[in-house]
Every structure is written in C-alpha cells, then in structure tokens.
Design a protein around this ligand. Sequence first.
Ligand SMILES: Cc1cc2nc3c(=O)[nH]c(=O)nc-3n(C[C@H](O)[C@H](O)[C@H](O)COP(=O)(O)OP(=O)(O)OC[C@H]3O[C@@H](n4cnc5c(N)ncnc54)[C@H](O)[C@@H]3O)c2cc1C
Length: 395
Amino acid sequence: MTETVRTRVAIVGAGPAGLLLSHLLAAAGIESVVIDQRSRDQIEHTIRAGILEQGTVEVLDGLGAFSRARTVGQRHDGIELRFAGEGHRIDFAGLVGRGVWLYPQHEVLKDLIAARLAAGQDLRFGVTALRVEGVASDRPRVFATTADGDPLEIDAEFVVGADGSRSVVRTAVTGSSAGGYFREYPFAWFGILCEAPPSAHELIYSNSPNGFALISQRSATVQRMYFQCDPDVDPASYSEQQLWHELQSRVPGTTLNEGPIFQRDVLRFRSFVAHELRHGRAALVGDAAHTVPPTGAKGMNLAVADVIVLERALRALLLENDERLIDAYAPTALHRIWKAQHFSWWMTSMLHTTTDASDFDRLRQVGELRSVVESEAGRRYLAEAYTGWPLEGLA
Ligand SMILES: Cc1cc2nc3c(=O)[nH]c(=O)nc-3n(C[C@H](O)[C@H](O)[C@H](O)COP(=O)(O)OP(=O)(O)OC[C@H]3O[C@@H](n4cnc5c(N)ncnc54)[C@H](O)[C@@H]3O)c2cc1C
C-alpha cells in the first residue's frame, strides 16, 4: 500500500538548507514535510563544514535556546594568510566590524533537528526521494521509498530540492541531473581530525612550495587540518607520521600540536551552478543548486542565504497568492551565488599550487598574495567576503 501525505511544502533533504527552510516556514505558519534518506544518527555525526558567517549565526539565533552557535561555537575575528615564510593577519573586526563562528555543521544540524522535533513537526529519516512529477501543475508530487522499502508519495503545493550535490529534484527543475555550469580542479583536500589542542589561536591558510595547508580547529581538544593532495589518493595510504610530515612541512614557523588522528577523508574540489534554480512549483537550494570548493568556507553559508530568499518567496506565494517573489527567486539567489563562486575560486587559485606551474606562475601567485595583504582595499575585500555579505537585503 502506498502512503500518501498531503502538505503545503515538500522538502527533500534534511541538511542545513532543508531543515532551516522548514523551521522558517513553520514560524510563518506554513506546514511542510521534510524527508531524508539518511538516519538521524548519520546526519548528526557526519563531519563537514565548520565556519559560520555572522549572518548565518544571526539567522540561527531565531531558533532561540536551540541554537548553541554562540555558546558552544567560538567567535573568530581574523585569519592568517601565510606565504613566502611570513604570516599576515586579516583583521576582520578591524576591517569590516564582523566575524565568523567556528561551529561544526553537524552541531547546527543537531540544533535544527531538536527544534523541529520539539515543535512536533513532520521530519522523516530513512526516506529516499526517487523522482518528482507535476512541477508544471499546482500539485507537484514527490515519489519516495521508506527505510522498510514501502512506497510513499508526498502531494504538495511546492517541492524544494535541498537534497545536496547529487540532487534527485534537480532533474525536475533543470531537465537533467547534471545540467549546470561546472569546473573541476586538479587537487583535493586531505582532511584529518585529531585529538590535540589548537596549534594556533586563529585559522592559518598557508601557501607553501609543498602545496596548501589549512590549520583549523574544532574545540579546545580537537583540531581539524587539511592539506592539498591528489584527488585520487587513498586516505588509508598515509601513515600518521607521513600525515604530520605533510602538514608540518607546509606551515614553516609553526610547530603543530600532534595527537591521535581519529578521522581522515579526501574532499574533492568542484564548482557548480545549476542552469535553472526553479521550474514551476519546484526550486533548488543549497548544494542541490550549487557547490563551491571549500577554501572560502561558503558552502553551508550559501545554503542559508538561498533559504532566506526562497522562504520569503514561498510566504508570498502560499499566503498571498503573489508570484512575483518566486519569479525573482533565481536571479536574486544567483546574484550572491556567483559572488561566492568567484570568491571560492579566487581563494582556491591564489592559495594552491599546481604541478604544471612554471616559475612565472609561482612568482605571480606570491605577487597576488602580496597585493592583497599589503593593501587595505585587498584585505577589506577578503574580510567582507569571508565574513559574508549582509543578508538584510534578502529577507
Ligand atoms: C566532506 C565535506 C566537507 C565539507 N567541508 C566544508 C567546509 O569546510 N566548509 C564549507 O563551507 N563547506 C563544506 N562542505 C560543504 C557543506 O557541507 C555543504 O555546502 C552543505 O552541507 C550544504 O547543505 P545542503 O543542506 O544544501 O546539503 P547537504 O548538507 O548535502 O544535505 C542534503 C541532504 O539531502 C539528503 N538527500 C540526498 N538525496 C536524497 C534523496 N534522494 N532523498 C532524500 N534525501 C536525500 C542527504 O542525505 C542530505 O542529508 C563540505 C562538504 C563535504 C561533503
């Protein structure tokens, strides 16, 4: 027997985008159903992004006591760019009066899930969307299957694809699962989590002749670090000693605090923007709509910005039957998406090395880094983009 659920908005994906959207819609009195193919435990324990823009934290403040970003997360008022043997601080607070918070994505998800379940709202884990039909009509429908293999259909007034980079909903919006602007990079990040106190007060983005490294942190006892690697490398192929050597050789001048490495992964780099973000009664948000390389820390923050624009449009459509904002959703969201794409590409190309780089390329790159750190305008641009352009105009 097929179970059919009727709701106003069907949201596929319980990542930051889908969960935040459901929370904001509920606050506006709009009912939704959220499904995710993963279990709650998987969602709450997958390590991903870790840097929240100031605007993202302000949006999460709307969860009230459920948001722990300000209490558990740590505010950072700057980062260091290191190259040619010297460190240069980018003083966010002094340059733009804003900061970022180190608060891992899975903790944000725990907060969002707790808030939704406490409000008694419909959130279903282990449910996989297979396809979406009828987006050109007033009643689009999501066809899904539950963890037990039973069919489930969601009959809604609007369908939102918040289902990440391998989005199923994208096919209903763009006509194909891959339709979009795409760029691949010849490197990836090798990421580790280790038990050791932070090696530096602030994040270090280091460009070295051996390649890029990011020295980051998760808490007073756990560090998150990355180094540039070949995209096809097997994470298990490095010994702990080799990993520490790779990292240490890329941050000359800093002695890294070493400790047991308890997670390692390889994160491939892609830039992608879907050709269409909305078709009829379906729209894409977050990684379903775009992906960015992680160097600019934009992925999760961009998902939040999309949601702010889409939620306002859905409010107008579903509460006032006003289609103007939903018609403006794609151009409004794309304005910020392409700025973030540029910033993420720029940070990536400025800080990473490629095996085919000539001496000219290498010296030009150092010239570019100097142009940024020695100019107040250059530092200010970086600070403005990294801490996030204001969300105020979007809401
Ligand atoms: C390993 C890794 C590390 C990252 N590190 C960083 C970082 O350091 N900084 C940064 O800014 N960004 C980082 N990102 C990107 C950031 O995590 C994403 O931009 C962010 O998660 C986007 O949120 P989202 O809600 O759009 O998508 P997601 O978080 O991907 O959520 C999509 C959800 O949809 C569900 N889903 C997918 N298909 C279906 C289906 N057919 N049916 C039902 N459910 C479905 C998935 O299970 C998932 O829970 C990282 C990403 C990865 C993968």
